[in-house]
Each structure stands twice: as structure tokens, then as C-alpha cells.
Design a protein around this ligand. Structure first.
Ligand SMILES: NC(=O)C1=CN([C@@H]2O[C@H](COP(=O)(O)OP(=O)(O)OC[C@H]3O[C@@H](n4cnc5c(N)ncnc54)[C@H](O)[C@@H]3O)[C@@H](O)[C@H]2O)C=CC1
Ligand SMILES: O=C([O-])CC(=O)C(=O)O
Length: 271
């Protein structure tokens, strides 16, 4: 029987991030129960899901909000709206990984506000959002992100296709984009969530500057942030080991798990 004091969590998408988050919930996170998952091809995942201790239900994404208190979105950006809207409309919590999609669906935040729901964006593949959100309480003068990714982490991005920029076979680092976080999200919807996360933590998608390099000399997805504010100046770099999905760093799923642990933890560290 379900323990009513536990918060019911559902996970939408069982790819690189979602599968790790499901495994962690199944192994146990204080105060949380894994109740349901969604997959684009349920039959492919049925055996794996049945083998979990918690044996969550597999339901379509639009049913997750009914059965869970918290829904973790780990799916492609095009389905973010159909996952998040029903959750926040019910005054519940959505943890969103496809952060870039929030820029095309800004009203989701208004919807959450109107119904007492909440959208949580974990630090994900980035570093330092604790410091950025703290600095944003004061005044941030500038925020900049420089991303370097191996070619495999960038191929197929709309910005490259639309501008006929070929990166397969390059032998030296090539700067493929410079612009705002909003433009980066449009041009690299599956590769630059970090730019949008930084911008939402700091000075917004239009003032946050982004540079992207396709770099055949790196094996890791590398992000450097530089922030100048009236309380501190800082720069930080993270070098992410790609997961089974070359666009996604391994640390991203761990960031979600850390975020879930914080929800009900007796000791909570960090902003
Ligand atoms: N915030 C951050 O720092 C980061 C965010 N991301 C984003 O997180 C999201 C998930 O990333 P990954 O796990 O690496 O992607 P992935 O491609 O490995 O997994 C996505 C999964 O969603 C499933 N899916 C597609 N449509 C669905 C539907 N209608 N219902 C249920 N499942 C569906 C796919 O079959 C796939 O298994 C992506 O949008 C990615 O861009 C990725 C890395 C870092
Ligand atoms: O660094 C990573 O692994 C993922 C990334 O850039 C993103 O999705 O924004």
C-alpha cells in the first residue's frame, strides 16, 4: 500500500537522463516514491520497468499530472508543454530539464503562478547557478557562457543546418555561434539548455551572451561561465563527460537526483 506521507514522483522520458533518475528513485530517495513513468515506445521499456522494485505504471505523458505530485521532465523539448502544463495547472511541481523550451512557453510560469504550482530547473549540466541566483538578488552587470563541445555533441543542430555550417571532419576548433541565450536556444534546442538555465538564473535570455565552439580537440562538453556583479565577479568551468547521449553530460542526471534528494532532506546544502 502507498505510504501517504511520501511524495509521489513520475518521470517523463526514459533516455539518458530519465533512466538514471528512475534507477535512483527506485533505489530510494528520502520521502519520495516512484509512481509512474512515460516512454515514447512503452513496449521497449516494459521489461526493464517491470524489473524495478517499485514497478511504476507506464502511462502517457498527459496522465502523469493526475497520478504524481512531482513530474520530472526528461523528454525532447517539443513535448515539454504537454508534460508541464497539466502539472502546474493542478498546483503541482514540474522539474524541467529541457530548459530551452521554457523560452517558447513562457506562459507556463504564469500558469504555475496562477495555480500555486512550481517549475524547478536543476543546475543540470552547468556549474554555479547557486552563485548566479545569489548575485541576481543584487545587480548582475554581465553574464557570458562559452561552450566547447566535441562534434558529436553538436551535429544536426538547426543553426548548423540552416546556415550550412559543416563541422564533420573539422580538425581545429571552430566558433559556430555568437549571440544571446535566446538565439542559442533557438539554434541549438537539444544542445544548449545550459545557456537558458544561466540566463533564467541571472539577467535573462536577451542579455546573456553565448559563444559556441565545435572543438575536435575536446572529448567533454565544456562550459565556462563569466559573471560580473555588484557583489562578486566569478568565472567557473565544467568539463562534462558525455553520457550515452553525446549531447548530454553524465552529471545532468546526477544533478536531478541531487535536486530530488534536497526536496525532503533534513539537511539541505546550497542555495
Ligand atoms: N538542463 C540541462 O542541463 C540539460 C538538459 N538536457 C535536455 O534534457 C532532455 C532529455 O535529455 P536526454 O535524456 O539526454 O535525451 P534522450 O534523447 O536520451 O531521452 C529523451 C527520451 O524521451 C523519450 N520521449 C520522446 N517523446 C516522448 C513522449 N511523448 N513521451 C514520453 N517519452 C518521450 C525518448 O524516446 C527518449 O527516450 C533533452 O531535452 C535535453 O536537451 C540535456 C542535458 C543537459
Ligand atoms: O553539457 C551538456 O552535457 C549538455 C548541454 O550542454 C546542454 O544540454 O545544455
Amino acid at each position: 500500500m502507498m505510504d501517504k506521507t511520501r511524495t509521489r514522483v513520475a518521470v517523463a522520458g526514459l533516455g539518458a537522463i530519465g533512466a538514471d533518475v528512475v534507477r535512483a528513485l527506485d533505489q530510494g530517495i528520502e520521502g519520495l516514491s516512484l509512481i509512474a513513468v512515460s516512454a515514447s515506445s512503452p513496449d521497449k521499456h516494459r521489461g526493464w520497468v517491470a524489473g524495478l522494485k517499485s514497478a511504476p505504471k507506464i502511462v502517457p505523458i498527459d496522465e502523469l499530472a493526475e497520478v504524481a505530485d512531482i513530474v520530472v521532465e526528461c523528454a525532447p523539448s517539443k513535448v515539454v508543454r504537454s508534460i508541464v502544463a497539466p502539472v502546474v495547472e493542478r498546483g503541482k511541481t514540474a522539474i524541467v530539464l529541457s530548459v530551452g523550451a521554457l523560452l517558447q512557453n513562457e506562459d507556463l510560469v504564469d500558469l504555475a503562478r496562477a495555480h500555486g504550482g512550481q517549475i524547478i530547473v536543476p543546475t543540470g549540466a552547468l556549474i554555479g547557478l547557486d552563485a548566479v541566483t545569489a548575485a541576481a538578488v543584487g545587480t548582475i552587470h554581465s553574464a557570458r557562457l562559452v561552450t566547447r563541445k566535441p562534434v558529436a555533441g553538436l551535429v544536426g543542430a538547426p543553426h548548423l543546418v540552416e546556415n550550412d555550417i559543416r563541422i564533420e571532419g573539422i580538425t581545429e576548433p571552430l566558433r559556430i555561434f555568437e549571440g544571446s541565450a535566446r538565439e542559442a536556444a533557438r539554434g541549438f534546442p537539444a544542445n544548449l539548455n545550459v545557456a537558458v538555465a544561466l540566463s533564467l538564473a541571472g539577467i535573462g535570455p536577451d542579455r546573456t551572451r553565448v559563444e559556441i565552439w565545435a572543438d575536435p580537440t575536446v572529448t567533454r562538453n565544456t562550459h565556462r561561465i563569466e559573471v560580473d556583479s555588484d557583489s562578486a565577479r566569478f568565472s567557473m568551468m565544467i568539463e562534462n563527460i558525455p553520457s550515452e547521449n553525446p549531447k548530454t553530460g553524465r552529471i545532468t542526471a546526477l544533478s536531478v537526483i541531487a535536486c530530488l534528494r534536497k526536496l525532503r532532506a533534513s539537511l539541505r546544502i546550497g542555495t
